[in-house]
Design a protein around this ligand. Structure first.
Ligand code: NAD
Length: 441
C-alpha cells in the first residue's frame, strides 16, 4: 500500500493504493496531481459533498491499449496508447489525442479533467476526455503515422462514437490524422461516421474556422478582459511560447487583426526576439521550412525556449506544453496579462507568485476553449449535414467565449478570487449539478 500526499487539501486519501491505480508519478509537478489540487480548492469553496468531490477527482473510466504497427522497414513496433473518459454527466466525452514521446497516463488524466471543466465553462453539452499515444511523430513516415492512427482507432472504437466520446487534434496530431481515424472508424461501423471525431479537413465534414479557433477564442476572451483592465491591445507587445496551431494562429490574429506587436516567439530550439516586432508571416514561412526559429533573420536568437517567458512584454501567451511557468521563473515574468492557450502551462506555485504580482491571468480551460467550442459546432453541423459559413462560426464563437468570460469574471468578483479559481467554481458547479440531477450522487 502506498500512501502519498495526494488527497483533498494535500492529505493522503485513506485506503488508496496510488501505484495500483496506475499513477505514473507522485510528484507535486505531476499534471494530474495539480489538476486534483485545483479541484480540491474549488470543492472546498463550493462546499461540495464528499461523494461528488471524490467522483470529480478521478476519471470515470479509462482504456490502455498496446498498438502493434508495421514500420517501413518491415519490423513490428508496439506503441502504448490511452483514452481517458473523465466525466460525461453533461454529454459525450470530448477531447484531443496527443502524439508525444513523453506522454503519460497522468498527463492524459489531467488533460481529460481540464476538458471536463472546459466544456462546462463554455457551456456546451459535452463532457471531458483525452487520449494519447507515446510516440515521436517527427521520426515516423506518413505511412507509419497512418498505420499507428488506424491501430489506435481499432482498439478504441468500442469506447468512441458520437454519443460516447468524440476525439479531436491536439499536440502533434493533425486534420489528416483525424481523417484517417474517421475512415477507420467508419469502416468498422460499416457506414460514414463523420461526427465521431472533430478537427477534420473541410472536404470530410470539418468546420470552417476550426483551424484557428483555439487562438481566436483566446483572443476574444483577452479582448473582454482588456476592456476591464483598460489595456489597449493594439498598442500592446506580446511574447508567445510555441508556434504550432495555437501559438502561430494567435501571433497572426494579434498582428493582423489587433495591430499588436509580437516581440518574441519561443520554440523547441530557442527564442527569437525583436523589440520592434517580428514579421509574423515571414516567421511562419521560416518555421514551416525549418520546424524551428533558429536562423530567422528578423530577430535575435537565444538558445533557450523559456527565455520568451521572461522578456519585457505586456501579454505573455504560453502555447506549447504544461509546466512552463514555475516557481523558478514566475518571479521574472514581466507581462501584465497572461493568456494561457496551452493546457496547464503554470504550476500552482507560479500561480500564487503571479497573483501576488497582480498579473491578470486568463486560465487555460477558459482561454483555450475556442477549439472545443468550434469542435462542438462541427459535431452539430455533421449531425445536421448542413454547414455554416465562416462568419457564422466566428459570430457564434464570439458569443460563447464572451459569455464564458463574463460568467468567470462575475464569479471572481462575487467570491473575490483569482480568475482560475473562479473558472473552476463556474465549471465544477455545472458538472456537479448535472451529476446530482442524474442521481449519480
Ligand atoms: P502543436 O503541436 O501544433 O504546437 C505545439 C508547438 O509547441 C510545436 O510547434 C512545438 O515545437 C512547440 N514546443 C514543444 N515543446 C516546446 C518547448 N519546450 N518550448 C517551446 N515550444 C515548444 O500543438 P497545439 O495544438 O498548438 O497545442 C499547444 C498547446 O495548446 C497544448 O498545450 C495543447 O494542449 C493546447 N491546446 C490546443 C488546442 C488546439 O485546438 N490545437 C486546443 C486547446 C488547447
Amino acid at each position: 500500500m502506498t500512501k502519498t500526499s495526494n488527497g483533498a487539501g494535500g492529505q493522503p486519501l485513506e485506503n488508496v493504493d496510488y501505484h495500483a491505480i496506475g499513477m505514473s508519478s507522485l510528484d507535486a509537478s505531476d499534471p494530474f496531481i495539480i489538476a486534483q489540487r485545483q479541484l480540491d480548492t474549488a470543492a472546498e469553496l463550493l462546499a461540495l459533498d464528499e461523494p461528488t468531490h471524490q467522483m470529480l477527482r478521478w476519471p470515470l473510466r479509462e482504456m490502455h491499449a498496446h498498438l502493434p504497427v508495421r514500420m517501413d522497414d518491415g519490423r513490428i513496433h508496439v506503441f502504448h496508447g490511452f483514452r481517458v473518459q473523465y466525466n460525461d454527466a453533461r454529454g459525450p466525452c470530448k477531447g484531443g489525442i496527443r502524439f508525444h514521446p513523453l506522454e503519460t497516463i497522468d498527463t492524459v488524466r489531467a488533460l481529460a479533467a481540464w476538458m471536463t471543466w472546459k466544456t462546462a465553462v463554455v457551456d456546451v453539452p459535452l463532457g471531458g476526455g483525452k487520449g494519447g499515444i507515446v510516440c515521436d511523430p517527427t521520426t515516423l513516415s506518413a505511412g507509419e503515422l497512418e498505420r499507428l492512427s488506424r491501430a489506435y482507432v481499432r482498439q478504441m472504437a468500442r469506447i468512441l462514437g458520437l454519443e460516447k466520446d468524440v476525439p479531436a487534434p491536439d499536440v502533434y496530431t493533425t486534420p489528416q490524422i483525424m481523417a484517417w481515424m474517421m475512415d477507420e472508424y467508419s469502416v468498422i461501423q460499416g457506414h460514414n461516421e463523420f461526427g465521431m471525431i472533430t478537427g477534420k479537413p473541410l472536404p470530410l465534414g470539418g468546420s470552417e474556422g476550426r483551424g484557428d479557433a483555439t487562438a481566436r477564442g483566446g483572443v476574444y476572451v483577452m479582448q473582454e478582459a482588456a476592456r476591464i483592465a483598460k489595456l489597449d491591445l493594439g498598442k500592446a507587445t506580446y511574447s508567445i511560447q510555441g508556434f504550432g496551431n495555437a501559438g502561430s494562429n494567435a501571433a497572426r490574429i494579434i498582428a493582423d487583426e489587433l495591430g499588436g506587436t509580437v516581440v518574441a516567439v519561443g520554440e523547441i530550439d530557442g527564442t527569437i526576439y525583436n523589440a520592434r516586432g517580428l514579421d509574423v508571416h515571414a516567421l511562419e514561412e521560416h518555421f514551416r521550412r525549418t520546424r524551428g526559429v533558429r536562423g530567422f533573420k528578423g530577430g535575435d536568437f537565444m538558445p533557450n525556449s523559456r527565455a520568451c517567458l521572461e522578456l519585457t512584454c505586456d501579454v505573455l501567451v504560453p502555447a506549447a506544453l504544461e509546466n512552463q511557468i514555475t516557481a523558478d521563473n514566475a518571479g521574472r515574468v514581466k507581462a501584465r496579462l497572461l493568456l494561457e492557450l496551452a493546457n496547464g502551462p503554470t504550476t500552482p506555485e507560479a500561480d500564487a507568485i503571479l497573483t501576488d504580482k497582480g498579473v491578470l491571468l486568463l486560465p487555460d480551460f477558459l482561454a483555450n476553449a475556442g477549439g472545443v467550442t468550434v469542435s462542438y459546432f462541427e459535431m452539430v453541423q455533421n449531425a445536421y449535414g448542413y454547414y455554416w459559413d465562416l462568419d457564422l462560426v466566428r459570430e457564434r464563437l464570439l458569443r460563447k467565449m464572451t459569455a464564458a468570460f463574463r460568467a468567470v469574471h462575475e464569479a471572481a468578483q462575487t467570491h473575490q478570487v483569482p480568475n482560475r479559481l473562479a473558472a473552476y467554481l463556474v465549471a465544477v458547479n455545472r458538472v456537479a449539478q448535472a451529476m446530482k440531477l442524474r442521481g449519480w450522487v
